[in-house]
Write a protein that binds this ligand. Structure first.
Ligand code: PGA
Length: 218
C-alpha cells in the first residue's frame, strides 16, 4: 500500500488533531499515518506514529520516550533519523539502536536518509544505510529526503528521484518513500514516479485541506 506520512514536527495542537479526526479523507490506494508531537499521538483517531524514540525500555533518561510508551499511546509507526535530528547530533549508530528497539516492540520504522546540498548522494546514502539499519530489516521503510529539499519548496527532478529510489532499493532491498517539499501540486506526479512507494509530508501536513489534497492526488 502507498504510504502517506504526515510529519507535524514541533507543530500542531489539539484543534488540528480534531480537524484531522473529523475530516481526513480516505483513498483506497493510500494509507495515511499521522505523526504529531508526542502529547497528541493518542488524540489522533486514525493510524498514528511518533517522530522519535529512545532505545532503552525505561530508566533515567530525562525528556525521552520509550517505544513501550509510544505503544501505550497507540502509535504503530515511528520516524527515525530525520535530518533535523541528525543535524542536532543524532548519529546513525543511535538511529540503528532506536530502530532495533522499535522493531522489537512491534512498531514499524520509517528511517530517513538523504544527502545535503553538494554532497555525493551515492556515498551519503550508502554510508547512512550501512550505519543506520539494524540487523533485522522487517517492517522498515526508508524515507529518501534530500536535506536541501526539506521545507525549501525545491524538489529533485523526477529522474533524480527515480534514480535515488532505485539506488536505495538496490542497496537495502527496502521500499522507499519520498520526502522534501511535497505538496498538493506535486504529490500526484511524484507518487507516479517508478520506485516511489509513499510520501513523507512536513509543512503541507499542517493543514487538513492541503493534506487531503495530497491524499486524493495519489
Ligand atoms: P517538508 O518536510 O514537507 O516541509 O519539506 C518534509 C520532512 O522534513 O519530513
Amino acid at each position: 500500500m502507498f504510504l502517506v506520512v504526515a510529519n507535524w514536527k514541533m507543530n500542531g495542537n489539539a484543534k488540528l488533531a480534531e480537524q484531522f479526526n473529523a475530516s481526513l479523507k480516505t483513498n483506497p490506494k493510500a494509507e495515511a499515518v499521522i505523526c504529531p508531537p508526542f502529547h497528541l499521538i493518542n488524540s489522533i483517531k486514525g493510524k498514528r506514529g511518533a517522530q522519535n524514540c529512545h532505545h532503552s525500555h525505561d530508566g533515567a533518561h530525562t525528556g525521552e520516550i520509550s517505544v513501550h510508551m509510544l505503544k501505550e499511546l497507540g502509535a504503530k509507526y515511528v520516524i527515525l533519523g530525520h535530518s533535523e535530528r541528525r543535524e542536532a547530533g543524532e548519529t546513525s549508530a543511535q538511529v540503528a539502536r532506536k530502530a532495533e528497539a522499535a522493531l522489537k516492540a512491534g512498531l514499524k520504522v520509517i528511517l530517513c536518509i538523504g544527502e545535503k546540498e553538494g554532497e555525493d548522494i551515492d556515498v551519503v546514502v550508502a554510508e547512512q544505510l550501512k550505519a543506520s539499519l539494524p540487523g533485522s530489516k522487517d517492517n522498515i521503510t526508508i524515507a529518501y529526503e534530500p536535506v536541501w529539499a526539506i521545507g525549501s519548496g525545491r524538489t529533485p527532478s523526477h529522474k533524480e528521484i527515480e534514480e535515488a529510489h532505485a539506488l536505495i532499493n538496490r542497496l537495502s532491498g527496502l521500499k522507499v518513500i519520498y520526502g522534501g517539499s511535497v505538496k498538493a501540486e506535486n504529490a500526484g506526479e511524484i507518487s507516479r514516479i517508478k520506485g516511489v512507494n509513499g510520501l513523507l509530508v512536513g509543512g503541507a501536513s499542517l493543514d487538513i485541506n492541503s493534506f487531503n489534497a495530497i491524499i486524493t492526488a495519489i
